[in-house]
Design a protein around this ligand. Structure first.
Ligand code: A3P
Length: 319
């Protein structure tokens, strides 16, 4: 099985243990000033994950009609799940035990058995790289990506927000270096992006950019409806339906009652909320020029020759 995240450095005894192929004992790591991570299968994970459920998630055999929303964290996952839920679930009302994280769970966290109990067609969230996502020609995959500079900032605030990472007072500079080195949960942003980009022309894959969703939300609703299935395709022929879904999926609408998106037990109430800014270029308020240059350089190196080589130039420029 190919790695989910970049290999950990081998400069410590625990890292050497992690390099063993079959290592599956979860190890908590938290150097001073760093977030708390769990390490197993030679990768870095959120501390709430277990080897058993990750193994189970990877072994899931998708059924006809299953829809996966696949992202690197903070690229618009919840937003896309909320739109797709309105299209796919007739009585979708994400409250009282039917919150989005229950009806559209993260398979990586919950494993296959949990997912199998959901009614079909299933809408599943994953941060798995392409190599690890459960595959079937009968399933559909919606891949959403976002420029790396805004992703870093959004991911930083999520690490502060989620209690499990124990990073509420964490420094941005520490976080930035971990991101640039591919040493966060779900690993290297660029590896994740590149793995999925190779498949965005597959017939059962739809790729979206967060920034394009911001520019044209009704158009995004139509694109998703046309892609998912015949029923949703017909649904988005109705302009009123499209307008209603777009309105329910605006930043303002989604900012209300955020217990719909994340279990409240997971979050630190003193931090910025999960639906936080919802903008392009918020990174300019957080990255130094040096940090911005470092991401530009990584982008140039790692995206060279790919379809995304010239993406996000405006959104990532310093000026
Ligand atoms: P910011 O932290 O930059 O605000 P994910 O669901 O993948 O974790 O992504 C979360 C990011 O998507 C957050 O970004 C969040 O505010 C943004 N987001 C969620 N819903 C949104 C919406 N309706 N409009 C714009 N951005 C949204």
């Amino acid at each position: 099985m190919a790695p989910i995240t970049r290999k950990l450095s081998s400069d410590s005894r625990s890292d050497n243990r992690l390099n063993k192929e079959n290592f599956d004992e979860a190890l908590i790591r938290q150097p001073p000033g760093h977030p708390k991570h769990k390490c197993f299968f030679n990768h870095i994970w959120s501390p709430i994950f277990t080897p058993e459920l990750i193994r189970s998630a990877k072994s899931y055999e998708p059924e006809k009609g299953d829809v996966f929303i696949a992202t690197y964290p903070k690229c618009g996952t919840t937003w896309t799940q909320h739109i797709c839920s309105q299209l796919m679930i007739e009585d979708y009302e994400p409250t009282d035990g039917k919150e989005l994280f229950i009806t559209s769970p993260m398979i990586d966290e919950k494993g296959a058995e949990f997912v199998k109990q959901l009614p079909s067609p299933r809408l599943l969230k994953t941060h798995f790289e392409w190599t690890d996502v459960p595959k079937s020609k009968d399933a559909k995959y919606i891949f959403v990506c976002r420029n790396p500079k805004d992703s870093i900032v959004s991911y930083y605030f999520m690490y502060r927000l989620l209690v499990a990472y124990d990073f509420a007072d964490g420094e941005f500079d520490t976080f930035f270096d971990l991101f640039a080195d591919g040493k966060l949960a779900y690993g290297d942003y660029f590896d994740h992006l590149n793995g999925w980009l190779e498949h965005i022309n597959d017939p059962n894959v739809l790729a979206l950019r967060y920034e394009d969703m911001l520019d044209d939300l009704p158009g995004t609703v139509v694109k998703l409806g046309k892609f998912i299935n015949d029923r949703t395709s017909k649904l988005v022929d109705n302009e009123e339906v499209v307008a209603r879904i777009a309105q329910n999926s605006s930043f303002d609408a989604m900012s209300h009652d955020q217990s719909r998106w994340v279990p409240q037990a997971y979050v630190n109430p003193t931090q910025a909320p999960f639906i936080r800014k919802g903008k392009k270029r918020d990174w300019i308020n957080h990255l130094s020029k040096k940090q911005s240059d470092r991401i530009d350089e990584l982008f140039k190196q790692k995206m060279k020759g790919t379809i995304a080589e010239h993406w996000w130039q405006e959104q990532m420029s310093w000026d």
